[in-house]
Design a protein around this ligand. Structure first.
Ligand code: FES
Length: 148
């Protein structure tokens, strides 16, 4: 299988055009773009909500967000996972921007898959991991808010 991470890397054996065509059979242009140039990547020191989940594949996703007037004003993700995970983290965080807590809970893995357009079936779990982590970050926020 082609490696989505190396899309922008010129150090390869195959003819570049052929390699890109191979990748585009498996991934949408948006997924390739997000894998190579992830949106909202990073961590936060003092988020309103934040969580990490280690997925079944062994990769970890972290999500952090800040609320302003009840809506997500800033959100970051971090992962040690593959290019598809970078694409899914980018999409999940883009989808969460501007949303309320309730609205964040309506984001589904299907929303991430629809937003990206196309990723191969063996990487659908990356979309699930990214959304599970958003929801866990919301749970952390609600626990913290209602703790005192
Ligand atoms: Fe592990 Fe993508 S392969 S989360």
């Amino acid at each position: 299988m082609s490696d989505i991470n190396n899309y922008a890397n010129n150090d390869f054996n195959k003819d570049e055009e052929e390699r890109i065509k191979e990748l585009e059979k498996l991934y949408s242009k948006k997924a390739i773009e997000y894998a190579n140039y992830p949106r909202n990547i990073g961590r936060m020191n003092d988020p309103d909500g934040g969580a990490a989940i280690k997925g079944l594949c062994g990769d970890t996703m972290e999500i952090y967000f800040i609320l302003d007037d009840g809506r997500v004003s800033d959100i970051k993700f971090f992962t040690d996972g593959c290019g598809a995970t970078l694409a899914c983290g980018s999409s999940a965080t883009e989808l969460a921007k501007g949303k309320t807590i309730d609205e964040m809970l309506t984001i589904s893995p299907k929303d991430v898959l629809n937003d990206l357009g196309k990723i191969p079936e063996p990487h659908i779990h990356c979309a699930i991991l990214s959304v599970m982590t958003v929801h866990k970050a919301v749970a952390y926020y609600l626990l913290k808010k209602n703790a005192g």
